[in-house]
Design a protein around this ligand. Structure first.
Ligand code: BGC
Length: 371
């Protein structure tokens, strides 16, 4: 029986009771009527949809960090990070739940069909994934820096498809704590429209080999939240986590960053957490959260961080504000990055940069004091 019908029925009974003016009877009828209305109301409210696999996995991602500038760096680059076994333990012990592992597969796949990935490189990536899994960390395996896709996507596309065929095949029996991120920061010639077609094809490629794997995918324009609306996902695929990256304001986060032309001029930009600064983050994250609610997709803030040229107080203020804004809205996150130019960890001193780690773990600390 519908809620309205139950209420109408008891209202009619109540009127009958009034006519015979038996006040005790009226009270009893009223009480039963109210209780029945409440029960019917509960029955009429649609049950919350069961949490899908992607939402469950996103909670597993929780608080994470990017192992950046390691497997995404060209062989021999002076700035390349060499991953060490103890890093994974250090990350877990600090309280993180996950790592994102960016990998430049295109630097290690043949230039001609079938675009074979070097077995030795595969073994290096396997090692990193297994290290993370053995520490109980969830892993987002990401295709990073595919320059061909940014410049000439039509030429780069067959190779990227072949890379995903090999990855999906190679990792199909890995635990479900491993997820696949189709492409980091689609940009350049990969416009929204172009990316939509490429992304759908890559997703089909993965699904053909590994239908149950969680797949992470973000919008074009460097995974900007302002482009979420352009991303069209297959409604029945409930194993998709959507990602976005956040480096706002760029003048602060990328001051004096060698790869951003003109950023030297930004040196000295601070971030104090003034109400107008905080309001920008809240406005942006509310927009992302509204998209997630409308589309019933979980969100993963896959990169955010402030470069080492900024002062440490500002970096910690901003990092805390962004991490909190994400957690408040149910987004998981991964800080960019572990031990290089944005590093939360100092590999020379072999210790965490305390203000940054505290900023990233503030939510966890609060959760623990609540208990
Ligand atoms: C890039 C890095 C860069 C970082 C912040 C990442 O996606 O791969 O090279 O340092 O974004 O700009």
């Amino acid at each position: 029986m519908r809620f309205a019908q139950v209420c109408a029925r008891f209202q009619r009974a109540d009127r009958a009771a009034a006519l015979c003016s038996a006040s005790v009877l009226r009270l009893v009828v009223r009480w039963f009527g109210a209780a029945a209305c409440a029960l019917a109301f509960l029955a009429a409210v649609p049950a919350a949809p069961a949490e899908d696999e992607a939402a469950r996995y996103n909670r597993e991602l929780g608080r994470g960090v990017n192992l950046g500038n390691a497997l995404d760096a060209p062989t021999g680059a002076t700035w390349a990070v060499r991953l060490k076994s103890e890093y994974f333990r250090t990350i877990r012990q600090a309280g993180f739940d996950s790592v994102r592992i960016p990998v430049s597969w295109s630097l290690h796949a043949a230039a001609q069909p079938p675009y074979r990935i070097e077995p030795g490189f595969f073994a290096n990536v396997d090692w990193a994934i297994n290290q993370a899994l053995s520490q109980g960390l969830a892993v987002v395996l990401d295709v990073h820096h595919d320059v061909d896709m940014e410049r000439q996507p039509d030429q780069g596309f067959p190779r990227l498809v072949a890379i995903w065929e090999q990855l999906a095949q190679h990792y199909r029996d890995y635990p479900d704590k491993l997820s696949f991120e189709l492409l980091n920061e689609p940009s350049g010639a990969l416009t929204d429209e172009k990316w939509q077609g490429v992304m759908s094809a890559l997703l089909r490629t993965v699904r053909a080999k590994d239908p149950k794997r969680i797949v992470v995918v973000g919008p074009a324009f460097w995974n900007s939240l302002d482009h979420l609306d352009k991303l069209v996902l297959p409604p029945d695929d409930r194993r998709i986590v959507v990602t976005f990256h956040y480096y706002v304001p760029l003048k602060f986060t990328h001051q004096a960053a060698g790869w951003v032309p003109g950023s030297d001029k930004w040196k000295g930009t601070t971030w104090t957490g003034a109400p107008e600064e905080q309001a920008v983050i809240d406005r942006d994250f509310d927009k992302a959260a509204a998209w997630a609610a409308r589309n019933a997709r979980p969100l993963y803030l896959g990169e955010f961080g402030a470069f080492e040229a900024a002062d440490m107080d500002s970096r910690a203020n901003w990092t805390r504000a962004v991490a909190e804004a994400a957690e408040k809205r149910g987004f998981s996150f991964a800080y960019w990055e572990f031990c290089s130019g944005f590093g939360a960890y100092d590999p020379v001193a072999q210790k965490w940069r305390a203000p940054l780690l505290q900023a990233l773990m503030e939510g966890k600390r609060k959760d623990q004091t609540k208990r």
